[in-house]
Ligand binder design. Structure first.
Ligand code: GDP
Ligand code: CA
Length: 312
């Protein structure tokens, strides 16, 4: 069985770990969000790809959900001692090595998809991890503060401002001319099922869907999504701030409508969200909290069973 999954960072990675556990023989292709990518200290950082790679490769800091386990921060302290900005983005020493390798390979002319494959040769995530695109395509956030109306990089809004300044809109700079990375459309075409994990619907899944060609390829497939919103709130993170910015309510119902019945065939909601409905979509209510690996595997199992039933 070939499964395609789209993924952001923490929510996506934890779900994928469950998916791999519950269906170990499946071939899983993950299309990762690269809208969060940023160049810092001359290095190319791909937070969502790395969260998936480290989580599935057993190198993740389990407690934080991102970055490397057993991390130290000597390089960050030394950079700060030079007064080098930005100081609001936390990169650990072990993590720095990943960004150095990636940046070196980019400099040598390799595309991000090949670099990601090379990094995964070490981590053996058990899935094929593809960036959504090899092209530079970064999410920016339009805000208005004392300096006026301006667009800032997504990471500045998310990490430095902790989404405390309301976003007026998001712009995926570079999306118009971005092409899906090699292998992305082929994987979708060959997929038996597509699963959308409970990743951020706006700045993770929504971003991947904006790469020209990906959404239309997915609509031909059986797609089951897992709601990242439970009882009117995101489980973790600030997805509510992202949804508000695009005029969508923070609810399992509204996220389903945002994705639309044209894309989604099955939708998993938490038990307290029972009653969510949309014409043409089969909605199933189940516990959706990934409090441990086993719970994530159970949720993935439910999503897969539903997808298989709908694909028949
Ligand atoms: P990020 O890139 O690290 O922000 O991660 P993602 O985009 O993959 O996922 C973030 C989303 O995951 C948030 O909107 C959370 O609500 C959702 N999420 C995190 N943990 C859980 C969980 O245990 N259950 C569900 N249903 N959603 C979760
Ligand atoms: Ca992210």
């Amino acid at each position: 069985m070939h499964i395609v999954s789209l993924a952001g960072g923490i929510g996506g990675a934890r779900f994928l770990r469950g998916l791999r556990t519950t269906e170990p023989d499946a071939q899983i292709t993950v299309i990762g969000n690269t809208g969060d990518d940023i160049t810092l200290f001359g290095l190319r950082v791909c937070p969502d790809l790395d969260t998936v790679m480290y989580t599935l490769g057993d190198g993740i800091d389990e407690k934080r959900g991102w970055g490397r386990a057993e991390e130290s921060h000597v390089v960050k302290e030394e950079l700060a001692a030079y007064g080098v900005e930005p100081q609001w983005f936390g990169l650990g020493d072990r993590d720095f090595a990943t960004h150095i390798v990636r940046s070196q390979m980019l400099e040598a002319g390799y595309p991000l998809s090949q670099i990601t494959e090379a990094l995964c040769a070490r981590w053996q995530p058990g899935v094929r991890l593809l960036p959504m695109t090899d092209d530079r395509c970064e999410t920016h956030v339009v805000i208005e503060d004392e300096r006026g109306k301006r667009a800032i990089h997504f990471q500045e809004w998310w990490v430095r401002l902790r989404a405390s300044v309301p976003a007026q809109s998001f712009a995926l700079v570079g999306a118009d001319s971005a092409k899906p990375a090699p292998g992305v459309l082929e994987a979708i075409d060959q997929a038996d099922l597509v699963i959308l994990p409970p990743s951020n619907p706006v700045v993770s899944i929504g971003t991947i869907l904006q790469v020209p060609g990906i959404r239309s390829a997915l609509t031909a497939k059986t797609v089951v999504g897992v709601s990242p919103i439970i009882g009117g709130a995101p489980v973790r993170g600030m997805a509510d701030a992202c949804l508000t910015a695009i005029g969508v309510e923070t609810s399992a119902q509204a996220v389903l409508e945002l994705y639309g019945a044209g894309l989604i065939d099955g939708w998993l909601v938490a038990e307290q969200d029972e009653g969510v409905t949309l014409d043409g979509v089969q909605v199933v209510a189940r516990p959706l909290l990934m409090h441990d690996a086993e719970a994530a595997a159970d949720i993935a199992r439910t999503a897969l069973d539903l997808a298989q039933e709908l694909a028949r």
